[in-house]
Design a binder for this molecule. Structure first.
Ligand code: SAH
Length: 183
């Protein structure tokens, strides 16, 4: 397992994970990136960025994961929590290269909804996605296949696991892949 001290939350949104990371002293440098200024403002509020004594440890920046960005290179760990499904499928390859090839952190945690679990949500119509901005949602097999392909392409090893209570047939509501760079 890589030691994570410098971490970047890619698509940090309103900063829920950043707040948890800040509470852990193991993380000496925390960066949050999002394309949405509105979300970054919410994150700054949630974290009370102006006033907290830990403000030297954390920074928020605006950026798009579809474009190469030197500011996100060289971190020990990166997370994309419920972010990839917001990216157009034909732009996803750009995000893969920006994160896995150019930013290239030691560990990358990716989570995304498990579409199989949607059958449990009675209010959803067949074929409907969970959020109007979702461009796709994947089955567990689709996500595992993506994780394998990306690992092989960029020299990582992926482990997939369910997130949340599991239904025997449908799995959990969300799913996670942890990518570790080959030494
Ligand atoms: N990770 C957060 C937010 C998830 S919502 C959480 O779990 O709460 C998805 C986020 O991804 C949104 O904040 C959206 O602005 C951001 N996002 C979508 N496409 C992006 C892109 N191409 N580059 C950077 N951020 C992006």
């Amino acid at each position: 397992m890589h030691l994570c001290a410098r971490v970047v939350d890619l698509g940090c949104g309103s900063g829920k994970l950043l707040k948890r990371l800040l509470a852990e002293t193991q993380f000496t440098e925390i960066l949050g990136l999002d394309v949405s200024i509105g979300d970054l403002e919410m994150a700054a509020k949630r974290l009370r960025l102006e006033t907290i004594p830990e403000r030297q440890r954390i920074k928020l920046i605006q950026g798009a994961l579809t474009y190469r960005d030197k500011r996100i290179a060289g971190f020990d760990g990166a997370s994309l929590v419920e972010v990839i499904e917001h990216v157009d499928p034909d732009r996803l390859v750009a995000v893969e290269r920006v994160v896995f090839e150019m930013a290239r952190p030691g560990v990358i945690v990716v989570t995304t909804p498990n579409i199989e679990y949607n059958a449990k949500f009675e209010s959803m119509k067949p074929g409907q996605l969970r959020h109007p901005d979702h461009r796709f949602e994947w089955t567990r097999a689709e996500f595992a296949a993506w994780a394998t392909r990306v690992s092989e392409a960029f020299g990582y090893m992926a482990t997939n696991s369910p997130l949340g209570p599991e239904d025997a047939r449908l799995g959990a509501a969300s799913q996670m892949a942890v990518f570790e760079m080959f030494a």
